[in-house]
Design a protein around this ligand. Structure first.
Ligand SMILES: [Zn+2]
Length: 241
């Protein structure tokens, strides 16, 4: 998973976060060209008013990103909104501070195993994409990824033409995979709050991402299968000697 710090906190203009390129997974998307913060005229106009305050200052950072892997060269954009805050480190003055409002193409928040079904992957890519704008929508896409996982595991979402709720699908799933079903059950209150429009704490959402990453690798990674193939090959080789 990406470092929690970069997913949770803002950054200064000299410390712009850099993410792995989601296209080649080898290079890093780096700002190319101008990286200076910009104060729009509407913010400057407010500064001229007698009632204005330092926290009325609004800054923008709009960056073109280019993948550092020269054979990839993917380009993207990052938009961040910010302002100034008292400098808490040295106790005097102010510093500029930004939070990302959109980044495209969206970086992978968690790594995805190669064997992950496409329907599940699509939902997770959506959850990465909207994470920066709307945590509730991101949680909602995570919920859709759990529904897609259950479909992949053969748990129907419709019986006799009637829609089956996630809760009931999990009860069916628990009959064959009680531990996995219990894990999904634990995620349910958090990913459901996205559908209900409730505010979601970033830390809780990141806990879901992190736990899901471990689960997906345990279930879909072909490393365990590859290990079996390799040990069998070594066994055959040593027998042949
Ligand atoms: Zn790239």
């Amino acid at each position: 998973m990406l470092k929690r710090h970069s997913l949770k906190y803002g950054f200064g203009p000299n410390n712009i976060p850099q993410f792995q390129c989601p296209l080649c997974h080898a290079g890093v998307l780096r700002p190319s060209g101008e990286t200076k913060p910009y104060e729009p005229p509407f913010s400057r106009a407010i500064q001229k008013e007698s009632w204005s305050h330092w926290d009325d200052i609004q800054l923008r950072l709009c960056l073109i990103l280019t993948c550092s892997n020269s054979s990839c060269g993917e380009q993207g954009t990052l938009r961040a909104e910010g302002g100034i805050e008292p400098n808490y480190d040295d106790g005097h003055g102010f510093e500029e501070w930004f939070t990302i409002s959109s980044i495209s193409p969206a970086p992978y928040i968690i790594s995805l195993p190669a064997g992950l079904p496409d329907a599940v992957k699509r939902e997770l890519l959506d959850s990465f994409d909207v994470f920066w704008r709307q945590k509730g929508l991101s949680a909602n896409s995570l919920r859709n990824s759990i529904e897609a996982l259950l479909t992949h595991f053969g748990i129907p979402d419709e019986v006799d033409g009637k829609w089956v709720s996630l809760g009931n699908r999990l009860l069916t799933y628990a009959e064959t995979e009680p531990k996995h079903a219990e894990f999904f059950q634990l995620l349910k209150p958090i990913i459901n709050s996205g559908s209900h429009g409730e505010e979601i704490q970033t830390d809780m959402l990141l806990d879901v991402f992190e736990a899901l990453e471990i689960f997906l690798h345990n279930v879909f990674d072909d490393r365990a299968k590859r290990f079996e193939v390799l040990t069998q090959r070594l066994r055959d080789t040593s027998k042949g000697k």
